[in-house]
Design a binder for this molecule. Sequence first.
Ligand SMILES: C[S@@+](CC[C@H](N)C(=O)[O-])C[C@H]1O[C@@H](n2cnc3c(N)ncnc32)[C@H](O)[C@@H]1O
Length: 486
Amino acid sequence: MDYSTTKLTPTATKHPANILSNQQLVFDKNIIEHDSELNTSKLDARKINILNSPKKGGSSTLDSLPYLKELNIEIIENAQPIQFTPNINEHIHRWAPYVQGFSALFVQTILDQYRKAYHNPVILDPFAGCGTVLVQAKLNGYKSIGTELNPLLQFIANTKLNSWDVSPSYLLKTYKEIHRDKTRPAPSFLKSNSQFRADVLRNLELINGGISSLEVNTEKQKKVKNLLEIAFSAILVDCSNLKRSPCLGYVKDKIVHESTPFVLFDQKVQEIADDLRLIHWQYKDFINTESKVICSNAMAYKHKNKFDLAITSPPYMNGLDYVMNYKIEMGWMEFVHSQKDLKQIKDDMVVCDNVSKGLIRKFYQSSSTYTNDWIEEIKTNIEKNIIRRGAYRRHDMPYIVHKYFDDLYKVMKNVASYLKFGGRFVLVVGDSLIADVYVPTDLLLAKIGLDLGLKIEKIEKARDRRSGQIRSYRLRESIITLIKDR
Ligand SMILES: C[S@@+](CC[C@H](N)C(=O)[O-])C[C@H]1O[C@@H](n2cnc3c(N)ncnc32)[C@H](O)[C@@H]1O
């Protein structure tokens, strides 16, 4: 059953345990064996499924109608530049490239929208990433806090937020004094020899060795070292044979010269020094505005304060792996020392679709999970379609989808409990099409908001997007605004 062709009727909520007793199980041994017989023709089966998809040329606009009817709301068109790309030219935001971030302009639009509603609002971003929301809040003089599970991103965000008092001339002086005769070897658990040309690798090891040997006896020296580290981490992928577009992958014919590390490192340090100059000139009053990101799980972090505005973008369901995509920087900056360390961080995050099978198995065995009638119906439909198709990338997809909403429920519940009366929770998210089943992520998050006692103020469509196998299906990216009015 698919929501685009059937009437949405609330079904009895099926507990995961009941679904597991069903004959046509996601982990059913027969299905797995059947699938392995198909292995040789898997690619063809995939192509055939794409060609035969009933969703070809479809759109989330149509498939959302029954859900919207049940919520009794309409989606407002409000085109917005949400993606990070323009930030590579924005002061401070440009210190580190991060493909999954918000555009600073979008965050500013939200802050402007509520300028009259809140006086000096306190801002929260539970999925802080590289700190776009918090940096923009600080540029407005607003206090802010964030949580982020990736320690590299937490480090980047905190350095962008808390180095504003460093003098640009002191940064440049320290940079010029860096030793060029000390090396620090590339992380041994990564395939650095294939990721970098040998001469480039040697020069990166020299820059890293120089930064590592800087003396750190004062807070000021520590901040400068952090700025040089952020500059170094920011150039690593550009110096490699890889590209993030948006997933990290090898590119043919990429031209990187022996001198590239020195050239790019110099450019980045000069950029940071220029931005510090601008901060001291234009944002002096906000240098000490409290802002920080805690390396912690947004599902459980206990805050000390309440917030006026939570602005965030959770990971998207069939989106990116926020750990593997940053493994090079995480390894070089010594936030992780093995593949096992990477996996451990990933397992705690909101689930993504290349999560380990063991974690999903543990999830469906657990008895205390959030669900609702929409989630259960979507799971059943995905399960049926996977069986109909005969082959699918992940047979445990229904449970990945379920875990995604269970994870987000926990985060939303935590955030809702720290919102002040009258506070707003703004979420940006994209919806998905999984095994020909439409998943209205935005509307589901709005529904979860209702379950948590929040009111849906509005849902706006920011842009059309395409993702997943059926490229002709039009998905959307939405801004959901929830308000705590009781
Ligand atoms: C879409 S990105 C947010 C980007 C951010 N808006 C920015 O502009 O930098 C989602 C972030 O959530 C983080 N994340 C995933 N699960 C988390 C969890 N359970 N707790 C805290 N952070 C988490 C990921 O590491 C990722 O950086």
